[in-house]
Structure formats: C-alpha cells, structure tokens
Design a protein around this ligand. Structure first.
Ligand SMILES: [Zn+2]
Length: 588
C-alpha cells in the first residue's frame, strides 16, 4: 500500500508545482523589499506587525507545501534526484528569508510596548504567543550579516552532512545469513528481524547489522562531528549556556520540568531492569538480556496482522474513545494517507507529516505485521489526529514543540494497547503486556541512555573531533548506566548513534527526552481519561488545539497537571511498574 501525494502535486513537472515555485520567489522578494523599505520607527506598529504576519503566513504555507512534496517523495525513494534537487533549492530559497526576518526581529526588539500593541488589536491578539516567542528568541540573535552568513553556511554544513547520512543509511544493503542462505536486504528489513519469533534470525540480524555499520562508520562519524560541531559553535556565538538550553527554549519547556522528569525516571530504572532480567531468564539467558533479544516476542500467542486487519483493529479501538477519532482514522485509511510496507530505497522507521495546507497528513511506516508494527501505526495516526485539531488555526499557530509532539501519538498507542489487553486471553495478555512494557522501556530507559550519550557527545565535541572508537565507547557507557544489569554487557549496541537519524539533525538536538515527556504526560492524561470519561474527550481536543500557542506548563495546566512536580511523573511511572509486576506474575 502506497500513499497518494497528488493532493499536494502530481509531479515536479506539474504546472501547480512550477507556479508555486515561482510564487514563492515572488513572495520572498516582495517580503524582502517591504521589510527593507517600510519597516522602520515611526510606522504604525500594529499595522507593520500585521503585514509581517500576512507575509509569514503566505510564505510559510507555500514553502511547507513544496518542501513536504519533495521530502515525502524522497522518503519513499532515496534515489529520486529531482526530490533531492528541489529540497536543496528550497533550502537555499529559505535562506533568503533570514535577512528580512532579522531586520524585523530587531524592529520588534526595539518596541518597548509590544504587549500593549498586541492588546490594542483584535487581529494581533490571535498571534500574541507567536510574537512573544519571536521577541524571546531575538535575545540570542546575532547581527544581520552574521545571521545571513550562518544560514547560508548551514546549507553546505549541517544540512549537507545530514543529507549524506540519510543517503548512506537508506541505501545501505546488508548481507545476512538466513536459513543457510546469504541474502542482501535493506537495513530496515534486517532491523525488523529483531522482532522475529526465531532466535537464530534475531541473532543473525543483529550480527549482520553490526557488520554492515562498519561500512559506513567513518562517514557517519564525519557527518555527526560536522553537525554537532556546528551546533556547539553556534550555541556559543549566540550566548546559549549549552545546546540543551537552546533545546529547552525551543521546546517551550523549562529546566525545572526536565529535572523533575529525569529524577523520577532515575528512581524507576530498577523496575525496568527487573523486567529485562525476567525476560532474559524466560529466553534462557543468565547474564541479563542480550541486545538482540530485546524485541523478541514473548508469550505463546504470537499476534500478527495484515495491514487491513491492523487498521480495522485500530479503528475499532479508537471508537471506544470517540467517533471523531475513529472516523478520522477511517478517512485516512480510505484516502491513501499511508505508505505501509518496507522496500528498497524507502527510509526506515515511521513518521507522520501533517500537511496543514491541504488539511491532511501522510504516514510512513515499515509494517511487517507484528503487534509493535500495529501500535506504531496507531502512534502515527495519533500524530495525524493532533494535526487535524490544528487545521483551522493559522499555520503560524499550528506548530507545536517536541515534548508535546508525542502526546497525542502515545495517547493513541495507549488506547490500542489497553483495549487489546482487555479483550485478550491470558497468553495473549502476556504477549501484549510484554510488548507494551518493551516499548516503554525504549521510551524511558533507552531514551535516558540517548540523553546521556548526547550530553557526553556535546561535551567531547567542544574540545575535539570525536573518533569512531570514542563514539562507540560513549554509547556503551550510556547504555550500561541506563540499563544497569538488565542487559548483557557483552551484547550491547555500540552503533546506536548511526542508527538514530535524530542525531543528524542540527535543528533537533536532544530529540530524546521529549519522547519520555510525551509518554509520561500521555500516561498521566490517560489515567485522567479513565476517571473522567466523556468529559475528558472534549477537553482533550481543546488541549491539542492549544499546543501551537502556549508554553507546555500552561498546556498541562488546562488539565490541572503541574509538570514541575516530580510526583506527576512518578505516578505515570508507577503505572508502568504495575504492568511490569503483572507481567512477572503472568510469566510464572
Ligand atoms: Zn512519534
């Protein structure tokens, strides 16, 4: 099953695509002229800001639509030259926005009564949060010349490195020995062997993956050093205390919240390690769980799905939450919003892209029928539903920060898992519960190891280029600290830094703790849903709708949640601990 992109454009030769490319050029030029000639002291500030907003809306809408078409095309066809070519072109075009944006930000910074100006205009009030965020970020802005130079240089720096890494990993063919026969498979297919029922296949997949990474370890390390080096340099220049501080500001999350969450997570690591040791025992290991058995399916019933079965199941479970969510999902299914199975040249993993301009979404997955593949679909559909709650907002108020980005997705995953659990036999319960705990272990324990790794990587990168050997060492150290005696120290995964694409995006540093926040925030909300039922459902959509225009602590407060209090996170973690106890009980 492949997705349909013609709702965006028919092709790169489509008249609509060509004319939008032209329109974008014109708009960018007009915007530049307007800013450089008309934005100055003495103007009517409300009118000036409003004109800026209109330009921003038009340019953002056109640029997003064009880039989304190119990046979605590239996601299923890494060798598509036109897609890469247009992505580069669009990237270059968007750098032309830097100079006028800096001029405008400087103007905004100089207004001492921004709040009053916003208050005075009904139209501006709608954009209050957006404008305040621009003013906040202007604190870290450099001079106009520097900003322009930086934005041009990043296209040949971090962006180029990131494209290289993407191409290397998505076209990597892996030699793997299966049933005595040597096969050459794409990396995502080999990684999917980790979910195989057959232990020898899981081990063969792991060994093949480790060997394959050797082919791209030096080039990946060069890309990673290039990207992280650029981030370190820019953070220093801009006056951020650290890349983490920059991420927190962008995330609209304060340090107090992050610390509250991390301390609760550390307290609960032993519970997860207990689960991993139990799983190891059940699989016949004595020294903790080897990495290659981390995703081994457990329980006598091995639940698998065809794609239509998975979608029918998801839609039925979503209906227990609300008709709106179920109907929305049915619509996505009927209208080819999903690109489902793995194939060569298609990127690994799964993601959802919300296409605000056409009020739709597209979902990419590498579905091969496992329970976890099914819950991933539910997860991505949650992202799409989040997008659907924002389509009537201005595009400028529709963008939400990373930590809240995983709320709706994990919430939808929880609906599916819990509903499945209720309908299941005892054997199935064990399998489902285990799969859910396994996913949570990724989001809490593995994410914690990634947070440790990335923190250490930034520290090292400040002083020098980090070698392949050092990267592997940092990764192993982080895994040992997070997993403790839960994993077999002789079978860890020293190459996770090649495997996770987030490390290779200069704009997505620390794309790890947001997952943990998303899970724990969602679990907390889900508990509230079970308590409040119907009343919760309407409030939930309002919460999603506010995510583009409020700080996270304020969004949480809409549900009376205080994210500065570790107890909130502890109560969500306690729910997972309860599942772990139940799993251990069932497995006896
Ligand atoms: Zn997600």
């Amino acid at each position: 099953m492949r997705w349909s992109l013609k709702e965006l454009y028919e092709s790169f030769e489509d008249d609509a695509f060509v004319s939008d490319m032209k329109l974008l050029d014109e708009k960018i030029e007009q915007f530049g002229e307007w800013v450089n000639h008309s934005v100055k002291e003495g103007n009517d500030p409300a009118e000036t800001i409003l004109t800026f907003i209109r330009y921003s809306e038009e340019i953002t809408a056109t640029l997003s639509k064009l880039s989304q078409f190119a990046s979605l095309t590239s996601a299923t066809d890494a060798r598509n030259e036109s897609a890469l070519d247009y992505l580069n072109k669009l990237n270059v075009k968007s750098t032309a926005l830097t100079q006028p944006s800096v001029v405008f930000q400087t103007y905004l910074k100089g207004l001492d009564s921004l709040e009053q100006i916003i208050e005075s205009s009904l139209q501006l009030k709608e954009y209050a949060f957006y404008l305040e965020q621009i003013k906040l970020r202007s604190k870290y802005m450099l001079t106009e010349k520097e900003e322009v130079a930086i934005s041009k240089l990043t296209t040949t720096g971090s962006t180029a490195w990131s494209n290289l890494q993407n191409k290397l990993s998505s076209t990597l063919m892996v030699d793997v020995l299966l049933d005595g026969e040597k096969k050459s498979l794409p990396l995502p297919a080999v990684r999917n062997l980790a979910y195989s029922e057959d232990k020898s296949k899981r081990l063969a997949g792991y060994q093949a993956e480790m060997d394959a990474y050797k082919k791209i370890e030096e080039s990946s390390a060069a890309a990673l050093n290039g990207i992280k080096g650029e981030v370190v340099t820019l953070c220093e220049l801009r006056g951020f205390e650290s890349p983490l501080e920059e991420t927190l500001i962008k995330s609209r999350l304060d340090k107090e919240t992050l610390d509250a969450m991390l301390s609760a997570m550390r307290e609960y690591l032993p519970a997860f390690q207990k689960y991993l040791r139990r799983k190891a025992e059940l699989l016949g290991h004595r020294n903790g769980l080897p990495f290659y058995d981390m995703f081994a399916p457990m329980g006598e019933v091995n639940i698998t799905y065809t794609y239509p079965e998975a979608m029918d199941f998801i839609i039925a479970q979503f209906r227990t939450f609300s008709d709106r969510l179920a109907d929305f999902t049915q619509h996505a299914y009927d209208n080819a919003w999903l690109d489902v199975e793995p194939r060569e040249g298609k990127r690994g993993g799964a993601f959802c892209s919300n296409l605000h301009g056409i009020k739709e979404s597209r979902i990419l997955s590498n579905f091969s029928g496992s329970f976890s593949n099914m819950t991933t679909l539910a997860h991505e559909l949650g992202h799409a539903y989040h997008g659907a709650n924002l389509v009537d907002e201005s595009i400028l108020n529709s963008r939400y920060p990373m930590p809240i980005a995983e709320t709706a997705s994990i919430f939808c995953e929880t609906i599916v898992v819990n509903a499945a659990l209720n309908n299941a036999s005892k054997e199935e319960q064990l399998a489902i519960l285990e799969s859910s705990i396994s996913d949570s272990t990724q989001v809490i324990v593995d994410i914690y190891s990634r947070f440790l790794f990335e923190s250490a990587l930034f520290e090292e990168r400040k002083n020098s280029v980090v070698s392949v050997a050092k990267l592997k060492e940092l990764m192993l150290k982080a895994q040992k600290e997070a997993y403790g005696d839960g994993l077999d120290p002789d079978f860890l995964h020293p190459y996770m830094w090649i495997n996770k694409p987030h490390y290779y995006s200069a704009g997505l540093n620390f794309y790890n703790f947001p997952y943990a926040f998303g899970l724990l925030f969602s679990k907390g909300l889900y508990a509230q849903y079970l308590k409040d039922g119907e009343a919760f459902v309407a409030k939930y959509d309002t919460l999603l709708n506010a995510t583009g225009k409020e700080l996270i602590a304020d969004v949480a407060m809409r549900m009376n949640v205080d994210v500065h209090d570790p107890d909130f996170f502890r109560s969500s973690l306690a729910l997972i601990e309860k599942d772990i106890e139940k799993f251990i009980e069932l497995s006896k």
